[in-house]
Design a protein around this ligand. Structure first.
Ligand code: SF4
Length: 96
């Protein structure tokens, strides 16, 4: 869906495990499809931004993606980690 404040909400049916967390967080906005069993966005126009995000945040598999004007808002892309994962345990080639 697209429109509200440039928001676009996508639900990946391959990631949905149908545990109804999103439908509990935002009832009537996200619902489980009776035929497929996976979540669908039922009422995008009637949803508040908070409800859209509440449902997305409740999803344990991050099946719900929210973009605004083409930029991903949720889930956030995590930055790569650099450096020594165990500070203080540096390689010491001068051992005696
Ligand atoms: S919370 Fe996520 S996994 Fe659960 S029904 Fe909703 S979209 Fe599917």
């Amino acid at each position: 869906m697209d429109g509200k404040n440039g928001l676009k909400v996508t639900i990946d049916p391959r990631r949905c495990i149908a545990n109804a967390k999103c439908t509990t967080a935002a009832p009537g906005i996200y619902v489980l499809d009776e035929e497929t069993g996976v979540a669908v966005l039922e009422d995008f126009e009637g949803a508040s931004v908070q409800q859209l995000f509440a449902g997305a945040r409740a999803c344990p598999t991050q099946a719900i993606t929210i973009e605004q004007f083409g930029r991903r808002m949720y889930p956030q892309i995590q930055p790569a980690m650099f450096g020594d994962p165990k500070p203080g345990e540096e390689d010491d080639e001068t051992t005696e």
